[in-house]
Design a protein around this ligand. Structure first.
Ligand code: UD1
Length: 339
């Protein structure tokens, strides 16, 4: 298939692009590089051995998006593009709604105008909200605690409404748990824009000496060691989930399908810090800190639906995730080069 990958130079988009190419698909990337760097593309070319077609485009601009589709002849779209920093979304809600909803709306309008029916959408476990008991299952009600999360809830709703209006659509809502890790080569990985918000990139930056230490947010949670637990999954497993979902969209009769992508296994903050210290051979100094507002004790997937319907299962361990993140971080302490 010829696939438009929006946000294809980002963390998950870049790893998925490589696996799509390896599976025999042709990829066209659309990205405005607002949260990624163009130098990712050269790395993707070295790793895949093929030229990477890309367009620098603002997907909230309907005319630009239409022009892209007019020349694209796409069979499917994987829509990663979007803003994803929780704290920033609280400070700049209008930008989050405008960007995340606006880009999805113009991509959907262009898909309709050009008869493209298959869409894989990047959703998040954040749509389970604050009160859901782990393990989380797809039929649970959705909710959010911040504007970023609401943009995911709202986009899921828009896509479900579209599936009712146009039963020929084939849409996958993929609810990612906590993606971490990097490509085995150590040449692509997560390169957060500004100060990272998430645990793994912070731990990696402490290990490599970019930061002095890590705050452990909350040590009094009702978990075995008192720190919060998450379902970390390797970005390569996550990328494989997209390839599997895309294949399934060619077989299913359901206009809209929802799949959790996680391992189903919780790991605490302390467990993650020790695994990373072991993988890197570096000390990770920590200091106990109060809970972070909006955090929950336990978030992990029930991945049974993805396993049964996509034949997908996350195989890589926490040690793999730490080893691969460390290879990327130690070889690229400052992330991707500017040019
Ligand atoms: C966060 C977002 C979620 C988003 C996801 C991916 C919140 C409340 N949730 O998920 O909406 O989809 O990122 O971008 O922000 N931790 C520390 N010290 C740190 C950083 C994190 O102890 O310096 C802890 C957190 O309290 C949490 C765990 O590490 O218990 C994981 O945090 P993080 O990586 O930010 O992921 P989530 O909170 O699960």
């Amino acid at each position: 298939m010829r696939i438009l990958v929006t946000g294809g130079s980002g963390y998950i988009g870049s790893h998925t692009t490589l696996q799509l190419i390896a599976a025999g698909h042709e990829v066209v990337i659309a990205d405005n590089f607002s949260r990624s760097k163009p130098s990712v593309l050269g790395r993707l070319e070295s790793l895949s051995g093929v030229p990477i077609k890309h367009h620098v485009i603002d997907l909230t601009d309907q005319d630009e998006t239409d022009r892209l589709f007019a020349q694209g002849a796409f069979d499917a779209v994987i829509h990663f593009a979007g803003l994803k920093a929780v704290g920033e979304s609280v400070a700049m809600p209008l930008e989050y709604y405008a960007n995340n909803l606006g880009s999805t709306l113009s991509v959907l309008a262009a898909m309709r105008a050009h008869g493209v029916k298959k869409l894989v959408f990047s959703s998040s476990a954040t749509v389970y909200g604050e009160d859901a008991p782990a393990p989380m299952r797809e039929p649970f009600p959705t909710s959010a605690t911040n504007p970023y999360g609401w943009t995911k809830v709202m986009q899921e709703q828009m896509l479900r409404d579209l599936g009712v209006a146009d039963p020929e659509m084939r849409i996958a809502l993929l609810r990612y748990f906590n993606p971490v890790g990097a490509h085995q080569s150590g040449t692509i990985g997560e390169d957060p824009h500004g100060v990272p918000n998430n645990l793994m990139p912070l731990v990696a930056q402490v290990a490599v000496g970019r930061r002095a230490g890590l705050q452990v947010f909350g040590t009094d949670y009702p978990t075995p060691d008192g720190t919060a637990r998450r379902d970390y999954l390797h970005v390569e497993d996550l990328a494989a989930g997209h390839v599997a979902a895309l294949k399934k969209l060619g077989e299913t009769q359901e206009p809209v399908s929802t799949w959790n992508l996680g391992t189903g296994r919780p790991t605490s903050v302390r467990e993650m810090v020790s695994a990373f210290a072991k993988a890197s051979g570096r000390e990770i100094p920590t200091v106990d800190a109060p809970r972070r507002p909006g955090d929950i004790a336990d978030s992990y997937a029930d991945p049974a639906k993805a396993q049964a319907e996509l034949g997908w299962v996350a195989t890589r361990t926490i040690d793999d995730m730490c080893a691969d993140t460390w290879r990327w971080q130690s070889q690229n302490p400052d992330g991707f080069p500017e040019a």
